[in-house]
Design a protein around this ligand. Structure first.
Ligand SMILES: Nc1ncnc2c1ncn2[C@@H]1O[C@H](COP(=O)(O)OP(=O)(O)O)[C@@H](O)[C@H]1O
Ligand SMILES: [Mg+2]
Length: 228
């Protein structure tokens, strides 16, 4: 803990840097996010909150290089975005909003987690798949079809897939939106452990405030950061 705290003051440990970033969607007059400047340091666990339409998802997707800003500068793990998005994204795990899979989805949990390993060119086997599922307390789901699981269970499996990539940064968009209170607490515990034990930087977008001791809470409204 001491080492992690000491590193917070170190400028070289900035993993996300935004300078006056604005993004708008094609055909829209008003930018979805405007003039955003912020820095996230290695090992921070950060909540990005604000009402629907505040620009939270747009901000995450802009940082990840999935949307191109029309002005401003972004660095993700030192890589210039979106130019070096492919390089930077190798070190990132992203759980998009509205992740629920349809009941007919053919993949079983084992395949879904294996995809996480494959995405970084690593061979999946029963050992590392089980290890990833163990981290999210979902070992018993190994052979279940993903589409037949509850939202909370699916969320855990997709988190295991994201963890298989051994991300330095985890981006989670509304991970609590369709899970019950019990699953929410479990997911909060998992995230806190990951942050503490493996020093994964975690950005959580949520319009509710989950029970996590955040290092920082970033509040957004009308496409702008109103407090940070
Ligand atoms: N695909 C899109 N096309 C056009 N406008 C969009 C699109 N997605 C989001 N927006 C608009 O951008 C703004 C920010 O949306 P979003 O980032 O999804 O907010 P939040 O995640 O905080 O709910 C809103 O005004 C929304 O209507
Ligand atoms: Mg959103």
């Amino acid at each position: 803990m001491v080492a992690q705290f000491a590193s917070r003051g170190n400028l070289r440990n900035r993993v996300i840097e935004l300078e006056n970033v604005s993004t708008s969607y094609a055909g829209e007059l008003k930018p979805a996010i405007k003039n955003i400047s912020l820095e996230i340091r290695k090992g921070e666990i950060v909540l990005i909150t604000g009402p629907n339409g505040a620009g939270k998802t747009t901000l995450l997707e802009t940082i990840l290089g999935l949307l191109k800003p029309y002005e401003g500068k972004i660095k993700l793990l030192g890589y210039e975005m979106p130019k070096d998005a492919i390089k930077a994204r190798k070190y990132c795990g992203y759980l998009p909003q509205d992740f629920i899979k349809p009941a007919g989805e053919p993949f079983i949990v084992k395949d879904v987690v294996a995809m996480g390993f494959a995405s970084i060119g690593k061979n999946a086997n029963n050992g590392n798949i089980l290890e990833a599922l163990k981290k999210v307390k979902a070992v018993e789901l190994l052979n279940k079809p993903i589409g037949r699981l509850s939202a909370g269970q699916q969320q855990k499996v997709l988190m295991a897939r994201a963890l298989a990539r051994q991300p330095k940064i985890l981006f989670l968009d509304e991970p609590f939106s369709s899970v019950d209170k019990e699953a929410r607490h479990e997911i909060c515990d998992i995230l806190e452990n990951l942050n503490r034990n493996e020093n994964v930087t975690i950005l959580i977008v949520s319009h509710i405030t989950p029970k996590i001791e955040f290092d920082r809470i970033i509040k957004m409204k009308n496409g702008m950061v109103i407090s940070c």
